[in-house]
Design a binder for this molecule. Sequence first.
Ligand SMILES: [Fe+2]
Length: 386
Amino acid sequence: MTSSIAGTREWDLDEGQEDSPDPGRTLSQYGSSICTLRQNDAQVPTEAEQSSMTDPTARPLPFPPSHPEGFPPLEDEPTFDPARHLALEAPDRIFTLTDFGYSDAEAAACPSALAATSAFRILSDEGVACLQEVTRRLEPYARGIERISRMVRGGVYQSRFLRDLCFSPELAEAMSGICKTRLLPHTMPHQLGHLNFAPQEVGENVDKWHTDTLRFDFVLFVTDPTKIAGGEFEYFHGTKHEVAELSAKGRPLPEDKIVSVAPSGAGYGVMQQGNMVVHRAKALTAPGERITLVNGYVPADLSYPDFTRFDQLFLADPPHIATSEYARHVAWMGRELLESQLQGNPFSSDRACFAERLEAVAELLSQAAEEIRSAGSAKMEHFGDG
Ligand SMILES: [Fe+2]
């Protein structure tokens, strides 16, 4: 297994996206091509005008101005300071989607070639100590779903430290460099700073095999994984299609394709394109403390399909919060996509193309509206424990 993304240690965003889409493939939520304005008009748009009109790079969305009930704020927290609390290092190894067996076409349809990294350092010792303090204070709010027996979601509504850590521009820039595409902190607060705590029952997996309902996230060990028995974070070095096929036949995943991540201590994590990588968190084999933090990101390039699964989030989170956060997320995407159409002012008589660009946004909004109306009948998706 070899790393095939070069230069990750430099975190150089200027290198750009190697697999960037062609300028005509923008705006679509669904991966189909969006038109490029015809060049045969009397006043032909310049290349810059074309580019600015189709630039799908989104601006970040600030944290919501109001908080939902049931998330009381922590008092007397440490104050997040990126200079003291982050100790970012680059991963030694990066596996690409094609390393995992995805086709070139499948990889090109994603905003980054990255599948997953080896464990790398994210927090300083002081950052770990602060985060341990905050997460332990949030532990009483843990609740369970079908997949995970003890988790805290929405901790960013309660903890200023957690929110500032998850929103840290320094972190987002580092993760963008690793993924070689610009990432923004996730627009949905429940997709930021998700916390997993070990189940009360020794031998029960922390989380089952699954893919994420977002594009990118890192899994950070808040507590020291070398001080516990079991509790490994694992990913499958293959495609989600392979896992789906094995799962449908009731067969276990082949051991030789399961990668067990071995962080050196607390404050280390793994970055992944979480919707393309099947992963899980194993059970402890003896009592111990295991806390991990999962922080989500959205790609700033909105030309790729959005992998938010409202039907699944509706099952995982309080319905009024999932709905509110998703509606806000979709409104942000729509606003940013329309903003990209407002930039530049190309004059063209290519009416069909103008219409198609507007329809692409309308379709995105209509489909999300339909998802919101029809939520409630889905089942939670995962690939079980095997
Ligand atoms: Fe996950």
